[in-house]
Design a protein around this ligand. Structure first.
Ligand code: IMP
Ligand code: MG
Length: 182
C-alpha cells in the first residue's frame, strides 16, 4: 500500500504515527547493538507470529552475525489433570539447548505474553534469552520485564501496520498508524 495520512481498517480510522523512514532508522540502531553485543556468538532469533513477521525480516537483514531464525507461536491450552493452563511453543524446530536466544516481538503492551514466553522458554534450557521488540508501551506494563532491545516507545494507543493488526487486518502497510476514531 502507498503512504497515506489516514487509513480505514474495517470499522476504524487510523492516522500515520511512525513513518517507514523512522522505523528503518530505529531498526538499524537496534540491529547494530545486537551485532555488537553478540559478536563472536551465533544467536537464534525466535520471531513471535503473526505480528513480528515484517519486523523480523527487516531486522535480520541488518544484523551482521552468523545466526538462525525460527518463527514460533505460544499456544496455551487447558490440561486434563491440572488447574491453570499449559503453555508450549509451537514451531520451534531447532534445539535451543545451550544457545543464545533473542525473542523478536512486534509490541509489548501489558508484558504478560512476554512473561509467559520467557517462562516457557526456560524449559528448553537456552544459554541466555534477550527480548527484542519493535514497540513498547511503557505506561501499560504490568510486570517487571527486562527489555534489552526496543526500537520505539509509544503512548498507550492502539496501533496497526507494519505487521500489527486490528482484527486480522491492517498488517500490510509500510508505516505504523494510530487509532483516532473508534
Ligand atoms: P501483552 O501481553 O499485553 O504485552 O500483549 C501483547 C500482544 O497484544 C501483542 O503481541 C499484540 O499481538 C497485541 N497488541 C497489544 N497492543 C497492540 C496494538 O496497539 N496493536 C496491535 N496489537 C496489539
Ligand atoms: Mg504479538
Amino acid at each position: 500500500m502507498k503512504e497515506q495520512k489516514t487509513i480505514q481498517v474495517k470499522d476504524k480510522t487510523f492516522a500515520i504515527s511512525v513513518p517507514q523512514d523512522e522505523l528503518k532508522l530505529q531498526i538499524k540502531r537496534i540491529a547494530d547493538q545486537i551485532s555488537h553485543d553478540y559478536a563472536g556468538l551465533q544467536p537464534i532469533f525466535l520471531a513471535v507470529l503473526n505480528g513480528s513477521f515484517i519486523f523480523a525480516a527487516d531486522l535480520l537483514r541488518e544484523v551482521d552475525l552468523p545466526c538462525e531464525i525460527s518463527f514460533v507461536k505460544l499456544a496455551s491450552y487447558q490440561g486434563t489433570n491440572t488447574t491453570g493452563s499449559i503453555r508450549e511453543i509451537i514451531g520451534l524446530n531447532t534445539d535451543i539447548t545451550g544457545r543464545p536466544v533473542i525473542i523478536v516481538e512486534d509490541i509489548i503492551d501489558t508484558g504478560l505474553t512476554m512473561v509467559h514466553m520467557l517462562e516457557t522458554l526456560k524449559g528448553h534450557n537456552p544459554a541466555s534469552v534477550d527480548v527484542c521488540t519493535l514497540l513498547l508501551k511503557p505506561s501499560k506494563l504490568q510486570v517487571e520485564l527486562d527489555v534489552r532491545y526496543c526500537c520505539l516507545e509509544i503512548p498507550d494507543d492502539f496501533v496497526v501496520g507494519y505487521g500489527l493488526d486490528y482484527d486480522g487486518f491492517g498488517r500490510n502497510t509500510k508505516d505504523i498508524y494510530t487509532l483516532i476514531q473508534s
